[in-house]
Design a protein around this ligand. Structure first.
Ligand SMILES: [Mg+2]
Length: 232
């Protein structure tokens, strides 16, 4: 993030040299962020979504988008500087919060969490806890979402899981980083999978459910194919 600090120093000097500090209170700067974001959006207004990638690559549009994206970043950095917001810590902290709020779902897992998703199973496995489907469905939705969120982050907090799920402890299951031996997959494809998907594939392999493992692999491959509308 050294580049971010250097950019901020340049912005501070630019503002100082022009004596603009008196106008740069947090309210004005927040409005500046919004108006620059509006200028960015205006470049793509009414462009059909299926053509947006192509339009954004057009040399003239790309140059204008670049300018407006820089304006958004500059005004945002000025706002954070004035309001004492440290983006270097705020960005990873917010990503961690978002991971808890938006659990990873594998193909065909219902987003209403009516069935026990693999993200929650990963949290339970790491913490050494077991839940039947009936016990899962008896949990409040907020608890189910929290468990799924805990299993979606890089390092699930086993203690937090155990606070949510009492009951009989079982041996924790923490699979290795490498793919299961029974799974034929390139290292690049394996690394591109979510931690939740890798956990599920390992869990199937460990239990000898190789047909389930292959079915999940096929579903993951199908879901990673680009949408038909972008195959131009
Ligand atoms: Mg602008």
């Amino acid at each position: 993030m050294a580049d971010l600090r250097e950019a901020l120093e340049r912005i501070r000097a630019f503002v100082r040299d022009r004596g603009w500090e008196p106008f740069h209170d947090p309210k004005n700067l927040a409005m500046a962020v919004a108006s620059e974001a509006g200028e960015l959006v205006a470049e793509l207004r009414w462009v059909p979504s299926e053509r947006a990638d192509e339009v954004a690559r057009d040399a003239e549009v790309h140059a204008r988008l670049t300018d407006e994206a820089a304006d958004v970043a500059i005004t945002l950095l000025m706002l954070c500087d004035r309001a004492g917001i440290d983006l270097e810590t705020a960005i990873p902290a917010k990503l961690a919060k978002n991971a808890l709020r938006y659990p990873v779902l594998l193909p065909e897992e219902p987003s209403d969490l009516s069935l026990l998703p693999w993200s929650a199973r990963r949290a339970l496995d790491v913490a050494g806890r077991r839940l039947s489907l009936a016990a899962w469905q008896a949990l409040p939705l907020e608890t189910r979402r929290r468990l799924a969120g805990l299993g979606s982050v890089a390092e699930p907090d086993a203690e937090a899981v155990r606070e949510l799920v009492r009951g009989e402890p079982i041996a924790p299951f923490v699979p290795p980083e490498a793919p299961p031996a029974a799974l034929a997959m390139t290292p690049a494809r394996w690394r591109a999978l979510s931690r939740v998907a890798r956990h599920a594939l390992h869990a199937y392999a460990a239990r000898g459910k190789l047909d389930r493992m292959e079915a999940l692999r096929a579903a993951l491959d199908a879901s990673s194919e680009p949408p038909k509308t972008r195959s131009s």
